[in-house]
Design a protein around this ligand. Sequence first.
Ligand code: MG
Length: 301
Amino acid sequence: MHIEYDARWRARLQGAGLMALFCGTVVLALEGQTQPAQAPQTSPAAPAQGTAKPGELGYTDTPPIPGQKWRVHDVDRPQAPLVTPGASPGAPPSDAIVLFDGKDLSKWVQRQEGQPVEPKWPVREGYFETGAKTGSMMTRESFGDVQLHVEWAAPPQVSGSSQGRGNSGIILMGMYEVQVLDMHNNLTYADGGAASLYGQWPPLVRAPRPPGEWQTYDIVFEAPRFEGDKLVKPAFMTVFWNGVLAHNRKELIGPTLHRQAPKYNAHEAELPLTLQDHSNPVRYRNIWVRRLAGYDGAPRL
Ligand code: MG
């Protein structure tokens, strides 16, 4: 029998008594400890506790799954990484990178004459606001394929119309925008409203809340892939707007542009996430991101 486990579990197992190994079944006695003190961030094969019956941990005599390297119920297939979910809906899970927790903008920069500078966007009680007319703000860290949670609110004091009312944007890799806009009694072109993939796709449905109320975007973004200058896989975007599906793995035609047809140009595999300053005081809070990996421990989707 073969078990894959990472260094963390290896260390844990060294402190545990491996009592018996038979018939594809592992029996572990965790000395003086019925459960790990803290769930590991990644545990490709968290060992079962107690006695497992033959077959409970998988099989060696089942047919292969078409298109995969694994058998059906393969005993050797690694377990998925273990993640502790957020304490409440919308709270960051254990493997998230928290980009804003209500306190400071330490994970962000702005640019001035090409140089990174401390953000000028004001932080208030538990949220920050776009520093209108100070320029967009980007993460210090770069990202490619991600799950992203963002909460935003259009300005409670309504002013402007169409693209001038509560406009900001969540710009993945600084190039692919999910529009932020006050949609309350505010008409604009269909591919420029909130949750649109700006200039390319309107959302499947509009699910806005009034200005001043907190709204959520839950985004899954697949970065485009290039080989040299050649596009080998376009970007894809999935967006839930206030919990309602707005885009279902929709293919992007290229980077976001205004009044121009998009076209891909090769770029890095990871780039900073940008929040747009469109000269309106839009509010943000609770922003976190998870880098995405593939199935069975593959490093990328
Ligand atoms: Mg915008």
